[in-house]
Design a protein around this ligand. Structure first.
Ligand SMILES: [Zn+2]
Length: 299
């Protein structure tokens, strides 16, 4: 049975009214645990030296020791705490483990991660470290995978990932996002698709279909899928208007590509801020149902 990694047992203490939807991670794990499609395992912690493959050592040390300047923590958007450090290391460790599973079995998944707004020397937008960037550079350092593609379908541009791999010919970054959504200063991915406010299922899927062949043509040794569900209609931090069915179809198209081309696929979460948050948790669960159907025994 395929497995997924979780880290929601490391809850971050947040001030009342904070926008980060801590609850969705536990809700998602409950949904998947009830469904029984996957074995669920606590994510291991990532090691400091591994994180430094993608991040400035002074930034890594500053975060781990709680010594970053208030301005830097404000940009991340979380108050520093020991719990935040543990959760961050486990979220990163889950993606590293999922990447290894992907190479070993064809599929790996992390019920966290996708922290694509993190740059080499600073974090932003609820992202401390860039888990996908760290995982790509670790697989490369280990000689396990040289070429990687990042398919980032969160409604927000994967700006940190784009920047980290800007001059790296062995990493194809694809970001399909809302033009008017954060970050307002976009970076340059290898492939950027800007969607207008209110874009619905058909327009979104057509835009995805137009660029997925370029991912296949790149012939990566692994694909990282940042499966943020904040393109969902009504998301508090998104401006698109997809349905649950549209998001599930999007997931299937990415997974289908990986399966047909026999490219290992590592799936991470991403954003999702619907009200009620159960709508977001359901959309994430649908992603993993699609994975169970495509790669597991569920039909
Ligand atoms: Zn997002």
């Amino acid at each position: 049975m395929l497995r997924l990694f979780y880290c929601d047992q490391h809850a971050i203490p947040l001030p009342v009214g904070h926008k980060f939807p801590m609850r969705k991670y536990a809700m998602l794990r409950e949904l998947l645990s009830a469904a029984g499609w996957f074995r669920l395992e606590a994510a291991p912690f990532a090691a400091r030296e591994t994180i430094e493959l993608a991040h400035d050592p002074a930034y890594v040390r500053g975060f781990l020791e709680g010594a970053l300047e208030p301005r830097v923590m404000r940009r991340i958007g979380f108050p520093w705490s020991e719990e935040l450090v543990r959760r961050t290391l486990a979220s990163l460790g889950g993606t590293l483990a999922a990447a290894c599973d992907a190479l070993d079995t064809g599929f790996g998944g992390n019920l966290a991660g996708g922290t694509h707004h993190a740059f080499r020397g600073e974090g932003s937008g609820f992202c401390v470290f860039n888990d996908i960037a760290v995982a790509i550079l670790r697989l490369r350092a280990q000689g396990r995978a040289r070429k990687a593609a990042v398919v980032d379908l969160d409604v927000h541009q994967g700006d940190g990932t784009a920047r980290i791999f800007q001059d790296d010919p062995d990493v194809l970054t694809l970001s399909l996002h809302g033009h008017n959504n954060f970050p307002f200063r976009k970076q340059q991915s290898r492939i950027d698709v800007d969607l207008p406010d209110g874009a619905r299922d058909a327009e979104y899927l057509a835009a995805l279909d137009a660029v997925l062949p370029r991912v296949a043509a790149f012939a990566p040794h692994i694909i990282f899928y940042q499966s943020g569900v904040d393109p969902l209609a009504g998301d508090k931090l998104g401006r698109l208007a997809l349905t649950h069915a549209g998001l599930a179809e999007r997931d299937r198209r990415v997974m289908h590509l990986a399966r047909e081309r026999r490219i290992p696929l590592a799936v991470t979460l991403g954003g999702g801020y619907a009200d009620p948050i159960s709508r977001t948790a359901q959309a994430h669960a649908n992603t993993f149902r699609a994975a169970a159907q495509m790669f597991g025994s569920l039909s």
